[in-house]
Ligand binder design. Sequence first.
Ligand SMILES: NC(=O)c1ccc[n+]([C@@H]2O[C@H](COP(=O)([O-])OP(=O)(O)OC[C@H]3O[C@@H](n4cnc5c(N)ncnc54)[C@H](O)[C@@H]3O)[C@@H](O)[C@H]2O)c1
Length: 385
Amino acid sequence: MKEKKVLRIGLIGGGFMGRTHSNGYKRVGDFFPELEYRPELKAVCSRREDKVQAFANQWGYQSFETDWKRVIERDDIDAIDICTPNNMHAEIAIAASEAGKMILCEKPLSRTLAEGKQMVDAVEKAGVKNTVWYNYRRLPAVTLAKQIIDSGKLGRIFHYRANFLQDWTINANLPQGGEGLWRLDVDAAGSGVTGDLLAHCIDAAIWMNGSIKDVSAVTETFIKERMHQETGQMQKVGIDDACIFHCHFENGSLGLFESTRYARGHKALYTFEINGEHASIRWDLHDLNKLEFFDHADDSIVRGWRTIHVTDSDQPYMNKWWVPGLSIGYEHSFVHQVADFLKSLETGEPCAPTFKDALETQKVCEAVIESGASRSWKEVGKVGK
Ligand SMILES: NC(=O)c1ccc[n+]([C@@H]2O[C@H](COP(=O)([O-])OP(=O)(O)OC[C@H]3O[C@@H](n4cnc5c(N)ncnc54)[C@H](O)[C@@H]3O)[C@@H](O)[C@H]2O)c1
C-alpha cells in the first residue's frame, strides 16, 4: 500500500471541541482510506499540566505543551487547530499564520468583525491553508438540503427560518467567566447567543440561501449581573442571553432567526425550514439523520411532508459508513470536516468555510449586535466601515 503523507497536528485547547476534533483525526483514516494524507496527533496544549497530560494520554497525542506559543514555534507541526475560547482565536491564528502553519479554527471566527478582518489578512498574507469548523454543514442531511436547493427543486425561495434554543443559563447564581463559563463573559466570548449559536444558523443560511443584506434585531440580557469566577466580584453581564432577528437576503427572501439560553426544556434545539415556490425542506438537530421535504408537484392525493432518512450510500458522506437505514451522529460531522480538509490538501482547493467565508457570518453577527443595541435596521455591507 502507498505510504501516506502526514499532516502533523498541534491542537490548542483540550475541552469539548478538543475532544470532538481529536475523535475526527483518529477515525478519519479508518473510514476514508483513499485519502493521501493522514493526521498525526503531534501535540496538544492547554494551560494546566495535569489536565493536558491526561488529555494527551487519553487521546494518543505524542506530546503536550502548556504554552500555546511553543506549539507554534515547533518545526514538527504543520497545522494548528484552535479549540480555545473565542478571545484567543485571533492572537493564535495570526501567530500561526506568521509561522507559516495551516490553521483549522473553531467558530465563531472571532469576537468582533475587526478581529476577524485581521485574521483574514494574516492568512491571506501568509498564504496558509485555513478553515473554520462550522461542522453542521457536514451532517449528511444538511449537506443534502444544500444539494436539493442547488438543484433548483425549491424554485424561488421566499422564507428561511432558523432556531437555536437552549436553557442552561436560567440561574442567577451561575457565575460568569473562567473555566467552563467563559461563554457568559463578553470579554472572552465577544457576544452571547449571537456568536455562539446564531453563528451556526447564519453560516448555514448564507451557504444555502446566499448573502444577507440587512438585519433588524432584538437582543436581551435577562440576568444583568453575575459574579465573575476570576475576580470574585459581581460584574455587569455584557452578553446577549437571547436574540431574535429578521432580515432580507440578497435573493429577495426573508429570514427569521431566534436563539436563546432561556427556552426551558430545550438543550440544543437547532432547526431550520426553507420555503420555496415549489417545495420546502426542514431539519432538526434532535433527529439529525432525517430531512423533511414537501413537494407541491406530488399528486395531490398523496401530497404531504415526507421524511427522508439520509442513510443511503448515494446520499452525502453515507457511502463511508454502515448500510442503508443505519444512522450516524453529531461526531461524524467533525470526521467529515477532517476528511474534507485532508482532501483539500490533495486537490489544492480551499476547504470551505475558509476564514474569508466565515468573515461573512461575522459581518452578520456584528450587524445583529449593532441593530439590537441601536434598535434600528443595519445594512450588513456597511458594518465596520
Ligand atoms: N463547532 C461547534 O459546534 C462548537 C461547539 C462548541 C464550541 N465551539 C467553539 O470551540 C471553541 C472552544 O469551545 P469549547 O466548548 O471546547 O470550550 P471548553 O471550555 O470546553 O475548552 C476550552 C479549552 O481551551 C483551553 N484554554 C483556554 N485558554 C487557553 C490558553 N490561553 N492556552 C491554551 N489553552 C487554553 C481550556 O483549558 C480548555 O481546555 C470556542 O471558540 C467555541 O465557540 C464550537
